[in-house]
Ligand binder design. Sequence first.
Ligand code: CTP
Length: 482
Amino acid sequence: MNIKLSKKEKELLQLVGRVSSELGVSAYVVGGYVRDKLLGKTCKDIDILCVGDGIQLANEVSARIEERPKVTVFKRFGTAMLQTNGLEVEFVGARKESYSKDSRKPIVKPGTLQDDLNRRDFTVNALAFKLRADGLGEFVDKFGGMKDLEDGIIRTPVEPAATFSDDPLRMLRAVRFANQLNFEISEKTLAGIVKSASRIRIISMERVKEEMQKIMACGKPSIGFKLLDSTGLLPYFLPEISKLKGVDKRKGISHKDNFYHTLEVLDRLSDKSSDIWLRWAALLHDVAKPKTKRFEEAHGWTFHGHEMVGAKMVPPIFKRLKLPMGQPMRFVKKMVMLHLRPIALTKEEATDSAVRRLLFDAGEDIDSLLLLCEADITSKNPEKVKRFLTNYQKVRERIVEVEERDKIRNWQPPISGELIMKAFDIKPSRNVGIIKDAIREAILEGDIPNEFDAAFELMLQKGSEIGLEPIKKVEALKEQDQ
Ligand code: CTP
């Protein structure tokens, strides 16, 4: 068995081989690094398995490297890590490990190579090369992992129930690897996941989130989500997405299955953009459809307000999944909120003011929003798809036109709250908001140009309408603020 190593990797692995034989212990390169290398991929994370003291091996290896890389020791896990030459090398002593029924804290004891490989998650991750002073030695494949790698199969090395009970996160890893590598999960392993699915509850959301993000980053994330659904894992962390499934029929009228529609949108979007948050927006864009679903005699199935209700559902979902609550959450919420707006602009009669309003509300995210809208076209009728796409192209052109003229994207109205307070000598109050809103509305509506002087006049006019008196030298403020 042969794998291609860079010069740096070769030198590092030879060094580990040399030091291990000096220490009288066996060392192996194992896990994801071996898997990825055998698949011809690059991998910068190297896992070294030492039948003996992994921490001692790490310290000795570091001592032989000129720049003496820092060894970070995780005592609780019996592991050590160092970084050298752009490689991240983790050392671990071979161990037997088991998890008590209701806890995630492992009980770890030293073990043999076989013990260690037995407790790994999948056959394709349980492949190893012995390390010698001259580089890679014997290839270790105790569970037919090489064949599974060739056939594209994710399979647990021992009984699935034992593998998943040791660490239930592995059920999500199986789905993620199947998605990332475009592999199938073996029938028995899949049945094992279905059986153990509820155990995912004991796993921290941080770990679940990491796997979700990796599924989201795949070329075709629908593969992962369909597996999460068919195994019964999905409702444990994204019940809202599970609830999108299903079709209702009344008076011979049915609506589309919003689960499969959502996944199609997610894939279509992922073809065009690797922005993980825009992908989340695609996943969540119709999340409130089950909540807002009605059957109206005159119109059939409707989902009125699903964009608004959906936007409100975004923060609790992000919170639950421990996704970042700052800018990423606000962006996803905004996309969900606005995802129907560009449709209105595809109509012939859409006004410039509607374009300006959308530009104002979407700001710099307008291009992302249009990508989402284009991905949202999942009609099976190619003529329709073509027509809708052409319409969005026209919307893009209109946006460029209006933007060139009015500069609304990332726009701040020309009169600030500060200036309004100075002009009428008032403190922060509702009146400041009323005047600010009036100016913004007038500009977006096109009633006044997007210019300081016109906005200043309107400010004075609005002020007088609500009974405010400007200061004597109000005109002088123009000079200061313009
Ligand atoms: N492993 C395991 N069970 C887990 C996590 C990891 O058995 N829940 C083992 C596998 O043998 C895996 C190795 O530890 O190959 C390294 O784990 P990790 O770095 O998390 O995964 P990789 O397989 O390297 O893949 P990725 O980096 O894509 O997660």
